[in-house]
Structure formats: structure tokens, C-alpha cells
Design a protein around this ligand. Structure first.
Ligand code: ASP
Length: 608
């Protein structure tokens, strides 16, 4: 037996008992003939006291950081207590000890504030995982996992595994592929998600499925993405959108209650995709703060019409506004007294290539209700007042205005809003705001291929009222410049996203479940009949054997954990993550394979 207790367990009520502890040496402190050691394990830290009588033995076994130690001793009251440590009232008076294993000096200190940079921490991830900061994230991940499983189990969902070696049907992201030795020249793909399998399970009658499952996407890794990531993947039969929203609103609330003790009692706000784009400039609005966009002029197609609210700004001779497709503003609360330097810095910020604006206009809404602006030359005090009132600005606010082409300008104002929200402390990571975004467009236009692509995925059903538009119109886009006028541009999807603090944490849809409509969808996406059969014949076939109406959702498990844990980064919530270049720094993967393996796989490399 190595231990009777853990290093996080003993309290003053245990004083006097004999115990055995085992763990890692965090620190060694010598005071004359007495030695103190902090012993650490997964559960905490306990102070050990080695008296004079153990000195010879200690000298023979010079103990260093991260040695694995086992001690026998008596729980004693500590003379100088440590209120910051749960075990801080006691220490173990050691009677005997043995070194179970030695350690070389670790490359960084195993403490909350480590001296290890990111690369070093990833290379020695097994040491990094010993740190309390990281361990607490891994524990939180497990708590979210357990809560999700409990809730889903209670609601009759069944965890059913689906295969990892599947067929490559790229649509959206790139597939990771795996060569097949037994079928020379052929490849499996790793699933981007279990989407078609969960739909097949519905056809098989398993009406409530879930899986906490790895998904693989060979994407260029934008900040904070992982090539393999985990989803809480769910599917239900005989449901409409409303059933799904209720079930999974229940899931997220249960997770918050179990993991954070938070009663999220409000019903989640439901916002249409159009309202999200119109008011926040993106489809995953951070509603922890207001600062909504004022659309002074816009080419955005809201409510099926191209809206222009330009009267306020037109005709003043200010070419930048007159000639722009879109002019949008935000009123930044309490910032009317920003210095010239601060405003210049913000202007430079929007001019960065990632944002891509030419410049920025500002209006200061002074406390005395006068206005001072960078466009005073063109706009009378009266006009500025009207603009301020349209932008819902109050005395003391600073109005920032961007102008340019629709897509870029809307994106830019959205980024600026988030940046200022961050700088002004409106995006607190211990505050949680959830909402549903609904009524997405079913299709997106791909300029590159001059065709429609599925905004969610090709199995998403159109809104019932839009099915006619889909069936009765030819998907071909005759005039690319006018694609917005094509009837397909207005078709709405029966799809929904769950948004948490400005992040899409879940997304799903009601599915197509009739073969004809699914075929029509593939045609709409530019697939020939043969191609559709080759890629998805199994699904089309299954739909002929009594497929029930069904729908589902998948949550991004890593991100959900990170946000609940109050962090923006997902890597610290994954035990063994990859770096931004998709490399595993610890394993040094990906790596080359040897000639023999290549030969067995009938693969010849064109790079050496
Ligand atoms: N499979 C989808 C995805 O990975 C989610 C869903 O529609 O259920 O985005």
C-alpha cells in the first residue's frame, strides 16, 4: 500500500492519526536541521515536516523537484498556518519515507505562474498537466461531460458509437484521409462529424442519439481551432425546431447548474439571423452589452428588401458617405472625451489589413448636448443631432462611423464593437449570455464556383414555407452579379445556432427526410445525379425505407468548456492539444513514415 489519504484531504480533525501519503515534491525548504517539503498530487498539497532524525537519510537521498515520494507520519497541527491552502492547518510529521522515483529538473516550474512558454509547455504537456491551473480545466471538462451525459441519459438519449474510418465526401471543410493497405489506392476519410450516421440511426428507429465524439477537419487553422475537436452530437426523431430548442436549452441550463451552480432561469432570447446581422454585424452576437449598430445606409437585404436609410447622410456633399454602399455607426458609451491620440489609435486599428477600412468618422456627443465631429464641414449641428439620435447616442457618447462596401463594412463595425466592448470591460468572462439565432439562409453564394453552397450542410431542411420555392425554381444562377435576386437567396433554413458570449457553441437543423427533396438539394448544390449517388447513395437509399422526420444539433465541446471556464482559448481544456500549425509538439507529429510503410500502402511521395 502506498497511501492512506490523498494530499488534499487531511484537516485539523485528523490531527494525531498515522497516515501514508504519496505524491510529487513541489518544493523543498531547509531551516537549519528541519526540512519542509510540499507534497503534491491531483487533489492538493500537504506540507511534510522532516525532523533532525531524518537528516542523514535526507542527505543520502538529496530530494529534488518532482521526485515521487512516499511518506509515513503523523498528522500534526502547524505552528504557522496557511489560510490559502485547504490543508493549511496541518502538516505531516514524517517518521519514515522512501523515494519511489527520481526526476530530472523539469524544464519549467510546475506552478500556477509557470516560467514555461507555450511551446515548452506543449512539448512537456505531461508536466504541464500537473499544474493546478491546467488540471482545474481538465476537471471542468469532465464535469461538463458528466452533466451532459446525465441530462441526455435522463431524457432517453442513447450513446451510440459511429465509425472513424468512413468515406470521403468533402463538402465544406477538407477531409483527413487514411490510406487503406488492404485496398491499394483507396482511402478512408476521418469524419468531419457523424452527421449521416446519426441520421441513419434515426432511420433505424433509435429516436434519441448522442455521442461525445471526436470530429476531424483539415482546415487552415484560424486562431484557436484544432484539427481534431470534440462535439456533443445529438439527434432526435419526430421533432420540430421547437422541440429541439426546448430540449437543448434544457441541456445548457443543466450544465450551468451542475458545473457552475448557476441558475440560468431566463428563457433564451431568440434572434433571427437577419436581426443579428442588422444589429450586431455577425451571426453570433455578443449580447453581454448593447452598442447596437445604427444602419445609416445599407445594402443588406433585410426582410427580403434592400434597405437604404440614407436620407440622414445624403446630399451634404460628403463623398465618402454619398458614394459608399453602406454607412454604419456605433455609439460608444461615455467616450466623448477620448483624446485625439486615442481616436487616431482606433482609426489605425480599423485600417489594419484584417479590418480593411479606409478611415473612420467620429462625432463627440458633448455633455452640454453640443456635437463636435470630424465632418462638421459637411453636416450642420442639426444634422449631427439627428444622426446621434438615430444612433441612440446619449450625451457623453462617442459615435464612430464606418463607410464602404456592405460585407466588409458590416464585418468591420462588428469587430470594432467587440474590440471596444473588450476595452471598456463589457465582456466579462464570468458573465454568461446565451441566445438562439434562427432563420439562417439555406444557401450561400460561392463566387468561386458560381453556384449555391449549403450554409449549414446539405442535409438541412428548408423552412416548410420555402420548400415550394426550392422545388419550383431552377437553381442555376444566370447572372452572378444579381445572385441576390435569385429566389434561392431568400430561402430560409430550418436551422438554429446556440450562441454563448459571442461564440457559436452549438448548431443544428431539422433535416430533409424525403429522398426527392434530398436529391433536389444535391442538384441545387451543383451535384450531378451520379455524383450524388456515388457520395450519398447510402443515405438516399435509406430514405426510401421509412425515414422519420428528424433533426439534431451538435455542441462544440472544447469551446463550451473554455467559455464556461472563463477562458477564450480551447487548448488549455484539451489534455493533449495541437499547436496553431496543427502539430503535436510532444509527439512531434505529423511525421514522415518509412519506405516500407509507404510501399505497403502503395504510396509514392512527390515530396521528400
Ligand atoms: N453535424 C453538424 C455539424 O457538425 C451539426 C448538426 O447539424 O447536428 O456542424
Amino acid at each position: 500500500m502506498y497511501r492512506t489519504h490523498t494530499c488534499g484531504e487531511l484537516r485539523s480533525t485528523n490531527i494525531g492519526i498515522e497516515v501514508m501519503l504519496a505524491g510529487w515534491v513541489q518544493t523543498v525548504r531547509k531551516f537549519g536541521s528541519i526540512t519542509f517539503i510540499d507534497l503534491r498530487d491531483r487533489y492538493g498539497i500537504t506540507q511534510l515536516l522532516f525532523g533532525e532524525e531524518l537528516n542523514d537519510q535526507l542527505n543520502e537521498n538529496a530530494l529534488g523537484r518532482e521526485f515521487v515520494l512516499q511518506v509515513n507520519g503523523t498528522v500534526s497541527e502547524r505552528s504557522s498556518k496557511n489560510a490559502n491552502l485547504p490543508t493549511g492547518d496541518i502538516e505531516i510529521k514524517v517518521s519514515s519515507f522512501s523515494v519511489l522515483n527520481r526526476s530530472v529538473t523539469p524544464p519549467f516550474t510546475i506552478q500556477d505562474d509557470t516560467d514555461g512558454g507555450d511551446d515548452l509547455r506543449m512539448k512537456f504537456r505531461y508536466l504541464d498537466l500537473r499544474r493546478h491551473e491546467v488540471k482545474k480545466n481538465i476537471e471542468l471538462r469532465y464535469a461538463v461531460n458528466r452533466a451532459a451525459r446525465n441530462y441526455l441519459h435522463e431524457n432517453n438519449f442513447m450513446d451510440i458509437e459511429t465509425p472513424f474510418l468512413i468515406k470521403s465526401t468533402p463538402e465544406g471543410a477538407r477531409d483527413f484521409v487514411v490510406p487503406s493497405r488492404m485496398n491499394a489506392g483507396q482511402f478512408y476519410a476521418l469524419p468531419q462529424s457523424p452527421q449521416t450516421f446519426k441520421q441513419l440511426l434515426m432511420v433505424s428507429g433509435y429516436d434519441r442519439y448522442y455521442q461525445i465524439v471526436k470530429c476531424f477537419r483539415d482546415e487552415d487553422l484560424r486562431a484557436d481551432r484544432q484539427p481534431e475537436f470534440t462535439q456533443i452530437d445529438c439527434e432526435m426523431s419526430f421533432v420540430e425546431q421547437e422541440d429541439i430548442l426546448n430540449m437543448f436549452e434544457g441541456l445548457i441550463k443543466y450544465i450551468f447548474k451542475q458545473v457552475k451552480g448557476i441558475d440560468y432561469s431566463e428563457t433564451l432570447e431568440r434572434m433571427t439571423w437577419e436581426d443579428a446581422m442588422w444589429n450586431y454585424g455577425n451571426d453570433k452576437p455578443d449580447i453581454r452589452f448593447e452598442m447596437k449598430i445604427a444602419n445609416l445606409k445599407s445594402a443588406f437585404k433585410k426582410d427580403g428588401e434592400i434597405i437604404a436609410t440614407g436620407e440622414l447622410i445624403h446630399g451634404a456633399g460628403f463623398g465618402v458617405f454619398d458614394n459608399a454602399e453602406t454607412v454604419v455607426a456605433i455609439a460608444v458609451p461615455g467616450c466623448s472625451e477620448y483624446t485625439r491620440k486615442q481616436i487616431d489609435e482606433l482609426t489605425e486599428w480599423v485600417k489594419r489589413p484584417q479590418i480593411g477600412m479606409q478611415g473612420m468618422v467620429n462625432i463627440r456627443c458633448n455633455a452640454d448636448e453640443t456635437f463636435k465631429s470630424s465632418i462638421d464641414k459637411f453636416y450642420s449641428a442639426e444634422k449631427l443631432k439627428s444622426i446621434a439620435s438615430f444612433a441612440k447616442a446619449r450625451a457623453g457618447d462617442l459615435i464612430l462611423i464606418l463607410a464602404g462596401t456592405e460585407e466588409r463594412t458590416r464585418k468591420a463595425i462588428s469587430e470594432l464593437r467587440l474590440e471596444l466592448g473588450q476595452r471598456l470591460g463589457f465582456r466579462k468572462n464570468n458573465e454568461f449570455k446565451l441566445l438562439w439565432v434562427l432563420d439562417f439562409p439555406l444557401f450561400e453564394y460561392s463566387e468561386e464556383d458560381n453556384r449555391w453552397v449549403a450554409r449549414h450542410h446539405p442535409f438541412t431542411a428548408p423552412k416548410p414555407s420555402d420548400i415550394g420555392t426550392m422545388i419550383n425554381n431552377n437553381p442555376v444562377i444566370e447572372n452572378p452579379a444579381d445572385y441576390l435576386k435569385h429566389p434561392y437567396a431568400n430561402i430560409k433554413a430550418n436551422a438554429y445556432d446556440m450562441v454563448l458570449n459571442g461564440n457559436e457553441v452549438g448548431g443544428g437543423s431539422i433535416r430533409i427526410f424525403q429522398r426527392e427533396l434530398q436529391e433536389k438539394m444535391f442538384t441545387a448544390l451543383g451535384m450531378s445525379k451520379d455524383e450524388a449517388l456515388h457520395k450519398f447513395g447510402f443515405l438516399l437509399g435509406a430514405f426510401e425505407y421509412g425515414a422519420p422526420p428528424h433533426g439534431g444539433i451538435a455542441f462544440g465541446f472544447d469551446r463550451l468548456c473554455a467559455i464556461i471556464g472563463g477562458s477564450e482559448g480551447i487548448r488549455d481544456f484539451i489534455a493533449f492539444p495541437k499547436n496553431n500549425a496543427g502539430r503535436d509538439m510532444m509527439l512531434d507529429a505529423p511525421s514522415t513514415i518509412d519506405e516500407k510503410q509507404l510501399k505497403e500502402l502503395s504510396i509514392q511521395l512527390t515530396v521528400q
